[in-house]
Design a protein around this ligand. Structure first.
Ligand code: NI
Ligand code: MN
Length: 230
């Protein structure tokens, strides 16, 4: 029983949760210049969609239609996916959670925007807390730093936080470090960097700061590689 998380570059993650494939923010090759695989090479029973921007949703419709995955997203994005011809959706909204087969997913706020690629209104950007396999994973999504991150773990805390560090579109390395002080996870994986020169960052330099300045264990995974949460 374990959660294995594979990074496909940018903010795209493939989670194996006790054998159930769950993809976060499908953005694969050739749309995603960092990804090593196409959406055709990935399995999904569930898709978690944090918001509607193209660098998170470019491959969602194709992946969802091919795999028949249930897409978990906000109400507006679910409606948009339904209009694209994929009707297997489950709408959550901020603060709400639901017990799926693989575990409980709660939608958290993110400080970001969420318009869809065709200009449709995408509702509010979000993050997710996944409570599954005895572990709690916080996928922050695209977000700025906000002090209410301190509330996200609740009494049970967070085992693994996945945070953007790229700057420009999201919080950068300094704010992501501050976020750890609010979230207090056991481990952190940095993301949303090095996809383009505009969000170039040195993840190992950031990880060293995490080791020096916090009690959190940083996990830097290369594109295509995996980490298993024990
Ligand atoms: Ni975005
Ligand atoms: Mn983004």
């Amino acid at each position: 029983m374990a959660i294995t998380i594979t990074w496909h570059g940018h903010a795209t993650y493939a989670l194996d949760i006790d054998g159930v494939p769950v993809v976060v923010d499908p953005f694969f090759s050739p749309n995603n210049p960092a990804a090593k695989v196409t959406a055709d090479e990935v399995e999904a029973s569930f898709i978690l969609q944090t918001h509607g921007h193209g660098d998170h949703i470019a491959d969602t419709v194709a992946l969802a239609k091919r795999t028949g995955a249930l897409v978990i997203a906000n109400f507006e994005i679910c409606n948009w996916l339904n209009a694209q011809g994929h009707d297997k959706t489950h709408a959550l909204n901020l603060g709400g959670g639901y017990d799926f087969d693989f575990g409980r997913v709660t939608m958290t706020r993110a400080l970001h925007s969420s318009g869809l690629p065709d200009g449709s209104y995408g509702g509010d950007a979000a993050g997710f807390v996944i409570a599954a396999s005895g572990r709690r994973v916080y996928i922050a999504g695209d977000t700025a730093l906000f002090s209410d991150m301190a509330l996200i773990g609740g009494a049970d805390g967070i085992d693994l936080a996945v945070l953007p560090i790229g700057d420009n579109y999201t919080m950068g390395p300094d704010d992501a470090l501050q976020a750890l002080d609010y979230i207090k996870p056991r481990m952190v994986i940095p993301g949303h960097y090095n996809t383009w020169p505009l969000i170039a960052q040195d993840p190992n330099a950031w990880a060293e700061r995490v080791r020096q300045e916090t009690d959190v264990r940083p996990i830097v995974i290369a594109v295509g590689e995996s980490f298993t949460l024990e």
